[in-house]
Design a protein around this ligand. Structure first.
Ligand code: GUE
Length: 279
């Protein structure tokens, strides 16, 4: 038996349509939405994302400026750019791509993004508000995880969700969003002892590790709903998730890569941008 595919494409299209309508209203009111994408990396997964953002923003009628500082950019320069974009009245939303050069921490640099424009929820203030259950922009990828589950009618309340990965962009915020929806949440990571024993207890398994094929059959409870957040570039120019094909066989349902969490992430980032422009 092979897993039911939980596509993100229809949901992403619906979110993009909504964002495009709101963007048109804003433009008509003389307050066009604009997203600034700050990047300082040669990482291929990030390049995939930036291309998706530029294409989707163009189609939705949202201006998008890519500020590419290069993989050698000094941390001080990145911070200054974030500060000037934060102060720029023309800019509604700002996202800083990870990974960052020279061991810089997203949590640290993102404090230079004013929370009102923090459309990928990276400022520690946004993250703290999210954890406290206060209004804030959630990181788009983490929000995409719960939105895709809800879209496909997956019950979260009272169920055991296991998140693999504790990054600030995905694992931690996804755990908070799942908790808000009354799931019982376990977060595990590279130092977790006996990872398969922990992950195979999950009714819902969220794989956000960033390593192709790390999640194998032994990690998956038979029939579990698996959300594959991984976007790992392959040598032949494609994209694969964190979930190995054998694990997919065991799952009851699985988000595909590409066409799962990725398109929903991009669409949500645009929706956050028009929301930021309206407020
Ligand atoms: N601050 C920050 N936030 C992020 O969310 C973030 C980041 N940095 N750095 C890089 C990774 C990677 N990432 C992707 C998101 C969507 C696709 C995506 O849309 N993929 C399409 C395929 C691409 C296409 O077909 O154009 C899909 O899965 O169907 C890919 C990769 C977000 N990331």
């Amino acid at each position: 038996m092979s897993a039911r595919p939980l596509s993100g494409r229809d949901l992403a299209a619906a979110i993009r349509t909504d964002a495009a309508e709101r963007a048109a209203e804003l433009a008509a009111a003389g307050r066009p939405a604009k997203l600034a994408v700050v990047t300082a990396t040669a990482d291929e997964s990030s390049a995939w994302y930036v291309r998706s953002i530029v294409t989707a923003a163009g189609k939705a009628g949202i201006a998008c400026e890519v500020v590419d500082l290069g993989p050698e950019a000094p941390v001080a320069e990145i911070r200054e750019r974030l500060e000037s974009l934060s102060a720029d009245d023309q800019v509604s939303g700002i996202i800083l791509q990870t990974p960052l050069p020279g061991g810089a921490k997203l949590e640290d640099l993102a404090s230079a993004i004013v929370p009102a424009k923090d459309v990928d929820g990276a400022n520690p203030l946004s993250l703290g508000r999210l954890a406290a259950g206060l209004p804030a922009f959630a990181p788009a990828t983490a929000e995409a995880v719960v939105r895709i589950l809800e879209h496909h009618g997956v019950e979260l309340a009272g169920r055991h969700a296991v998140v693999v990965g504790r990054s600030t962009v995905v694992g931690k915020p996804a755990a908070h969003l799942l908790l808000d929806r009354h799931a019982t949440v376990t977060v595990c990571h590279s130092r977790t002892a006996d990872l398969p024993a922990v992950t195979s207890a999950g009714d819902i398994l969220v794989a956000a590790v960033g390593r192709a094929g790390l999640i194998t059959a032994e990690h998956v409870k038979p029939g579990a709903v698996v959300v594959d957040v991984g976007t790992n570039p392959t040598e032949d120019g494609g994209l694969v998730g964190d979930v190995a094909p054998a694990a997919a066989e065991r799952a009851g349902a699985l988000t595909p890569v590409p066409g799962g969490v990725g398109p929903v992430t991009t669409a949500l980032l645009l929706q956050h941008t028009v929301r930021a422009a309206r407020e």
